[in-house]
Design a protein around this ligand. Structure first.
Ligand SMILES: C[S@@+](CC[C@H](N)C(=O)[O-])C[C@H]1O[C@@H](n2cnc3c(N)ncnc32)[C@H](O)[C@@H]1O
Length: 267
């Protein structure tokens, strides 16, 4: 039912408007908790409300505390495959630094941490307030500003999920270009657990092993949504990398987890 309504709003070109209304609702719903968080944590630099909402949600405590937990969770998953000493780490699609702002502290100072995003306001905010990370801006299409074979680890949390099939492919090639041979990549996609959110027509496409694009809105924005059959992504990833881990997402009480892919660049 929800999928059908959002599909109708998408077709009518009304999804950005309904998302804006949702933002205003979230702002008022979280107002009390957010004010309490600010008063209790005056040292924490917080991005402007819409910037935070656009990339994650509008709960300051979750932005900061869940961001920290997510950073640690990523490091725990990749720990068997990389020793963090004198390494360069990239957060692709870093948004307003929810995760990457915690990485320098968690990784220690022999490592260098970088973040890139296509949203100029976000990168401006990050560069101004998060000094322990080096930020740069990319366009919606590749490339990034980085030289070939720069990074030892690259992660991208919920970025493929907002890009078309064509850009999924182009960005995977770009991430491979800037990764060292042997580098670890940690990427998330919307896999089988999202079937319940799809319309019958979308399920048909997905079950044929094809990427489902929910377009008709600005690509890269949170309301642009893409679903990725694992068989398709494995084929794509194995063009340059070994799949070290694929952890399919499952339904939780808070929502649906994305699939996690841990890759090692081979060539
Ligand atoms: C759902 S948010 C996730 C942000 C961040 N990774 C996190 O976990 O908090 C998606 C992010 O992808 C960024 N994005 C979308 N298309 C992009 C592209 N082509 N290149 C870089 N970033 C992109 C958006 O600006 C946004 O910050």
């Amino acid at each position: 039912m929800k999928a059908t309504i959002s599909s109708a709003l998408r077709s009518l070109g009304l999804l950005h408007i309904s998302d804006r209304i949702f933002y205003l609702y979230q702002r008022s719903k979280n107002k009390k908790n957010n004010t309490e968080f600010e008063l209790a944590n005056p040292e924490v630099k917080l991005p402007p409300d819409y910037m935070m909402f656009e990339s994650y949600g509008l709960n300051y405590s979750k932005y900061y505390n869940e961001g920290k937990k997510t950073a640690q969770w990523i490091l725990d998953i990749v720990k068997p495959y990389i020793k963090f000493e004198n390494k360069k780490i990239l957060d692709w699609g870093c948004g307003p630094a929810r995760v990457v702002r915690h990485m320098p502290t968690l990784l220690g100072n022999t490592n260098q941490v970088f973040g890139t995003d296509y949203n100029p306001k976000t990168i401006q905010w990050c560069s101004q307030f998060i000094k322990s990370v080096e930020f740069s801006k990319n366009e919606l299409d590749p490339p990034t500003v980085y030289e070939d074979e720069t990074f030892d680890m690259i992660y991208g949390i919920s970025i493929f999920t907002h890009l078309s099939e064509e850009k999924n492919i182009a960005w995977y090639e770009e991430l491979i270009r800037v990764a060292n041979v042997g580098a670890v990549l940690f990427l998330t996609t919307q896999g089988d657990a999202y079937l319940e959110k799809m319309t019958e027509k979308e399920k048909e496409i997905y079950n044929k092993g094809e990427i489902v694009e929910r377009g008709k809105v600005v690509e890269g924005h949170r309301v642009y949504s893409t679903f990725h059959p694992p068989v398709y992504m494995r084929n794509l990833f194995e063009k340059h990398a070994k799949v070290l881990k694929h952890i399919p997402g499952v339904k939780k009480e808070w929502g649906i987890e994305q699939d996690i892919w841990v890759l090692k660049k081979e060539f």
